[in-house]
Structures are given as C-alpha cells and as structure tokens.
Design a protein around this ligand. Structure first.
Ligand code: ADP
Ligand code: MG
Length: 342
C-alpha cells in the first residue's frame, strides 16, 4: 500500500480548542454577546482577539474558560466539552487561567504570598521552588517581599500573570492586559507574553482593542464585531486582504475610498459595494500625482501624519517629518491599495 493512500484515512487531529457554532446572549440584552462563533485553536498558538469595546471579546473569553455557558453550540477543550459555571463547584477550567482587567490580587499581602498561595501545601519545597522560578521568569523576584499595593500598575500586572503561571496552566486567557500599564511597561509586557508563548509553549488567547498588540504578537488574529467573527487569519494576511472596509480601518486606520472618488481621482472602476482601502503608509508625497491641500499636520517624532484633501476626498498619510505645513499644496502618490467590500 502506498503511503499516500494511508494518509487519507488517518483521523483528523482533534483541535485543541474548538468552538462549534457557539452563541451566548444576555438576559434583557438579546442582541449583545456573541453568536455563531466557529473557532479552532491549535496547541501552543498565540491568538489575539481584536474588536471595539462591546464587541463580545470578554464574553468569548469567559465562554472558553467556562465562566459562561453557551446557549447554542459547544466548546471543546482537547475533545472534551468545557463545563459551564452551573456544572461544577469552582467555575473555570482547571487547565486554564484567565487574567481579567482587575488583577484580583491580595493587595496587602506580599508578592511572594500572592503567588505561592495559588499552590497547595502538600509539597512545601516544590511550592517554594515553583514560586521562585515563576518570579524569576517574570523578573519580579526582587519584589518578593513588597506588598502588591505598593507596586506600579505594570508590576502588579506581572504579579497577576505570575499567579496564573505558577499553577502551570495549559491555556492562558488575557483580557485587555495592557489597559492599566504605561507605555514602557507595555513594551516589556508584550515581550513577556511572547516569551511565555515561545519558551513555555503555553497557548495564549489575548483580548485587546489595540490592533498593535494583535499585529505584533499573535500567530492568529481574530477580528470580531457585534459578537460575530469578521475575520480569522494570520495578521499579515488580514492586513494584506481585510474582508471589508471596517477591518481595514480598525486594524490600521485605512483610508476608505468610495467608487465615485476612486473613478475620479484614481481612474479605478469599482462596483457599488466595493471600496479601496489604502493604509496611511501606502501614500506618499510626489513631484506629480493627485493634487491635494494639507489640512492638518500631526507631529509623530520621526514622521508626520498628514490630513489632506483632494476635492471631496480626505486622506490620511504618514510622511517623513518636517516636509510640509498646513495650507501647502502637495501631490500624492498611491503606492499600494486593495479592493475590499464596503
Ligand atoms: P467587550 O469585552 O468586547 O467589550 P463584552 O463581551 O464585555 O464586550 O460585551 C459584549 C456585549 O454584551 C456588550 O454589548 C455588553 O454590554 C453586553 N454584556 C456584557 N455582559 C453583560 C451582562 N452581564 N448582562 C447584559 N449584557 C452584557
Ligand atoms: Mg471586555
């Protein structure tokens, strides 16, 4: 028998996390929540869920973790149904940990205690070793004796992650972990999460309303709106071919150009329900091209973000800083664009 023949009959590997037509609405708020979610996540994947506030991101995380039960559909973890909050004594899956926006720390206890208390006392030596290892991994060992109430937001965030990590979860769910930390800490936290993913192989699901997090970190990006998945793909693929104008705007603040403008200014024919999506970095100033007037210049250190107007067409572009001022007439060149659904 040929090898190729055998392969055909090999059973498909069960997805690690599998959501099958999952819907969940809230009492008195039937349109909110999530609906018809189909999702498969592989072990060790770093998935980012991106959507505006109220789009259903937290609902999705709580469903996966078992803090909410689906009304319709099912959620499987390694082939077994995830139990809802009514079906078990302690809600939440034992192999997963969720880190919510409030860190849920014991603020008057020391950092060490906050982490160690997650482990049982059956093996005190192992408890101590694991706690120390986890603090080292997250570079908070020097804070061991400090009370968490005296820490910065970023440090508290790390303690919260350490608390989750010390129990060696297989899946870590993070709900907007960057919302409480400053810019410097954000950068470190992003690097920490990437390390968790690559060095420990933990499956990470990160919820964020900031596209940068998803684009820079994730293997897989999920864009949701009004409780539905709009697009689920590799970040690069979504940037290159967003399913519609909304995704292009949400992701990278794309300029969305309507058919009439596309025909007028760019001589590109579009159907009524089509749009051109052009990211700000895909436009540049040129010697000749589309004539436009500079309406606004927003300084951004090594670049300027320009707001320009060509007739009725308003466009945003980023250019090397200091080249133009408000009121200047400029010529634009479109270096790249994609056609998307409206
Ligand atoms: P996100 O995390 O993306 O901001 P959520 O999942 O928290 O969104 O909420 C999705 C929608 O469900 C929102 O419209 C929100 O108002 C609604 N919602 C969330 N929790 C509840 C609840 N407990 N009761 C009623 N509506 C809720
Ligand atoms: Mg939320």
């Amino acid at each position: 028998m040929e090898a190729g023949f055998l392969l055909i009959f090999e059973p498909m590997p069960e997805p690690y996390i599998h959501l099958n037509q999952v819907s969940k609405s809230y009492p008195g708020n039937p349109l909110a929540g999530v609906s018809d979610i189909d999702l498969q996540i592989a072990q060790g994947e770093f998935v980012a869920v991106l959507g505006q506030s109220g789009s259903g991101k937290s609902t999705l995380l709580k469903l996966i973790y078992g803090l909410l039960s689906p009304e319709k559909g099912e959620i499987l973890f390694k082939g077994k149904r995830v139990l809802g909050p009514q079906e078990q004594l302690i809600p939440g899956h034992e192999k997963m940990k969720i880190i919510a926006q409030d860190f849920n720390l014991n603020t008057y206890a020391k950092v060490y205690e906050n982490i160690a208390c997650m482990l049982s006392n059956t093996d005190l030596q192992a408890k101590r070793r694991k706690t120390l290892e986890t603090m080292e991994f997250l570079r908070i060992d020097h804070l061991a004796e400090r009370r968490t109430v005296d820490l910065s937001g970023g440090e508290q965030q790390r303690v919260a992650i350490a608390r989750a990590l010390v129990t060696q979860p297989e899946v870590l769910l993070l709900d907007e972990p960057f919302s409480q930390v400053d810019v410097m800490m954000r950068k470190q936290l992003r690097a920490d999460l990437k390390r968790l993913s690559t060095q420990l192989g933990i499956t990470l699901i990160l919820v964020s309303h900031d596209p940068f997090d998803g684009l820079s970190l994730a293997d897989h990006l999920l864009v949701i709106r009004n409780g539905k998945i709009l697009q689920n793909d590799h970040p690069k693929q979504i940037v290159q071919q967003p399913v519609n104008a909304y995704v292009a705007e949400l992701l990278l603040e794309a300029n969305i150009i309507h058919p009439a403008e596309a025909a007028n200014w760019l001589a590109i024919a579009l159907d009524e329900d089509q749009r051109l999506a052009v990211y700000p970095y895909e436009l540049s100033l040129a010697e000749q091209g589309i004539s436009a007037e500079v309406k606004q210049v927003r300084y951004q250190a090594n670049s300027d973000e320009l707001e320009v107007k060509a007739g009725a067409l308003s466009l945003t572009l980023s250019v090397p800083s200091g080249q133009v001022k408000v009121g200047d007439e400029v010529f634009l060149k479109i270096n790249n664009y994609r056609i998307v659904k409206s």
